[in-house]
Design a protein around this ligand. Structure first.
Ligand code: GRF
Length: 203
């Protein structure tokens, strides 16, 4: 049974979807929900689901990224995870940290990578007049929002969409995609997962 640590900075809706999926004959179970923000809503939701949590504030380490990661690694190593899932974790990790977990660290990004790496993905897609949007689960490598793609879900951009309405529609797909990818990844199956939202017209 694989042990999964989930790292988050915010509300944790992706964490909830992942935790709920790890049941029955699923080859993994959550072992820790970890945040850089003690006030993250995702920590309360994890505690409500009986999952162990930890928080390491990043602010006291301003400018000392290695120091923050050293502190973050203490509860993380203690939980002895086999897989790390970044789910709305908003701190950039150093190559040294990523190397420690190489091949076992996943992230979900709210765009169809390689398009729209970085922030404000939906606003940028709308500004470009993109016809479709979506989300990507990928292995984390030293390059930001890069790494082998393990799955994508697509939605159609609709007339009148705002960044908020598009984000909400993509988030529904994130909650389908990430659990589907984690289940395969935990079973050592790296075949990518391609999902289309019911309203997405391919091509
Ligand atoms: C999601 O949109 C995800 O794609 C991005 O941050 C958001 C996290 O939302 N990385 P939540 O905290 O999982 O609700």
């Amino acid at each position: 049974m694989k042990r999964v640590a989930i790292l988050l900075s915010g509300g944790g809706s992706n964490m909830v979807a992942l935790v709920r999926s790890m049941a029955g004959d699923h080859p993994a179970r959550p072992c820790l929900v970890l945040s850089n923000d003690p006030g993250a809503g995702g920590l309360d939701r994890a505690r409500d689901m009986g999952i162990a949590t930890a928080a390491v504030p990043h602010r006291p380490f301003a400018g000392d990224r290695a120091g923050f990661e050293s502190a973050l690694s203490r509860p993380l190593e203690a939980a002895a995870p086999d897989i790390l899932c970044l789910a709305g974790f908003m701190r950039i990790l150093t190559p040294a940290f990523i190397e420690r977990w190489r091949g076992r660290i996943l992230n979900i990004h709210p765009s169809l990578l390689p398009a729209y790496r970085g922030l404000d993905t939906h606003a940028r897609a709308l500004a470009d007049g993109a016809a479709e949007a979506g989300c990507t689960v990928h292995e984390v490598t030293a390059a930001l929002d890069d790494g082998p793609i393990l799955g994508q879900a697509r939605v159609s951009v609709r007339p009148g969409d705002t960044a908020a309405t598009l984000a909400a529609r993509v988030l529904v797909q994130e909650h389908r995609l990430y659990p589907a990818v984690l289940r395969r990844f935990a079973a050592c199956d790296r075949r990518p997962v391609w999902l289309d939202a019911t309203d997405h017209v391919a091509g």
